[in-house]
Design a protein around this ligand. Structure first.
Ligand SMILES: Cc1cc2nc3c(=O)[nH]c(=O)nc-3n(C[C@H](O)[C@H](O)[C@H](O)COP(=O)(O)O)c2cc1C
Length: 205
């Protein structure tokens, strides 16, 4: 069961969208409560079951938990200062990577990061289903991340995600973050991103 969300964080979906999608959001305030190993394993296993082109499963996940301070601080250290300021409170950081070529014929897999992103989305939703939340990041030094985590050259660096139990906005280090933590979540209208049959043609409501 998920913890209650700040009011504006529930997604305003059309009826019929599963509750899990309404209650996943990206907090920056995390409590110091650790994540039990079996819960973390369930999150990672959800990612493993994402669909992928040729079932390549190009994703790899490098996990750094707070109870391994050396690995945690090494990964935290590659984040941009803005992200470090809040992500340090998360219990878990995960770096994703994706194999650039298909393993069956070594031709480029143009869907490698696409599919790693799908796996990341599954992990994020499983985190929410387990009562945690997550926050993905692109704001980090990708080359430093490769070095720190020992990612081989045949893999692309993906994203970092912070995972933990959400905490109060008041614990965040500055006013801007505190405000963003309670601000309503926004999305483009469905009509802006969905076309009927052909680009630009509106879909009937
Ligand atoms: C690939 C990716 C990279 C992101 N990078 C950052 C980041 O570097 N720092 C940050 O604070 N949020 C980052 N975000 C979080 C987004 O800003 C957030 O998901 C978006 O505003 C929608 O909010 P919601 O997840 O609560 O619906 C990133 C999200 C994704 C998916």
């Amino acid at each position: 069961m998920h913890a209650p969300l700040p009011e504006g964080k529930y997604a305003e979906t059309v009826p019929g969208v599963a509750e899990l999608f309404r209650v996943r959001w990206s907090p920056r305030s995390f409590s110091d409560r650790p994540v039990a190993p079996e819960i973390l394993t369930a999150i990672l296993d959800a990612g493993r079951w994402a669909a992928s082109s040729y079932n390549e499963q190009p994703w790899r996940f490098i996990v750094a938990t707070k109870d391994d301070p050396e690995a945690f601080h090494a990964l935290l250290g590659v984040l941009l200062p803005f992200n470090q300021a809040w992500a340090k409170s998360a219990a878990v950081l995960i770096l994703t990577a994706a194999r650039s070529n298909f393993s069956h014929n070594e031709t480029p897999n143009g869907y490698a990061l696409h599919d790693a992103g799908a796996a990341l989305a599954y992990m994020m939703l499983q985190a929410t289903a387990s009562g945690l939340q997550s926050h993905a990041m692109a704001g980090f030094d990708h080359e430093k991340a490769r070095e720190v985590a020992g990612i081989p050259p045949e893999f692309q660096v993906g994203a970092v995600v912070a995972i933990g139990y959400p905490d109060s906005a008041e614990k965040l280090p500055n006013d801007q973050m505190k405000q963003q933590e309670v601000a309503p979540r926004k999305r483009k209208e469905l009509s802006e991103v969905v076309f009927k049959g052909r680009w630009g043609q509106p879909i009937a409501k």
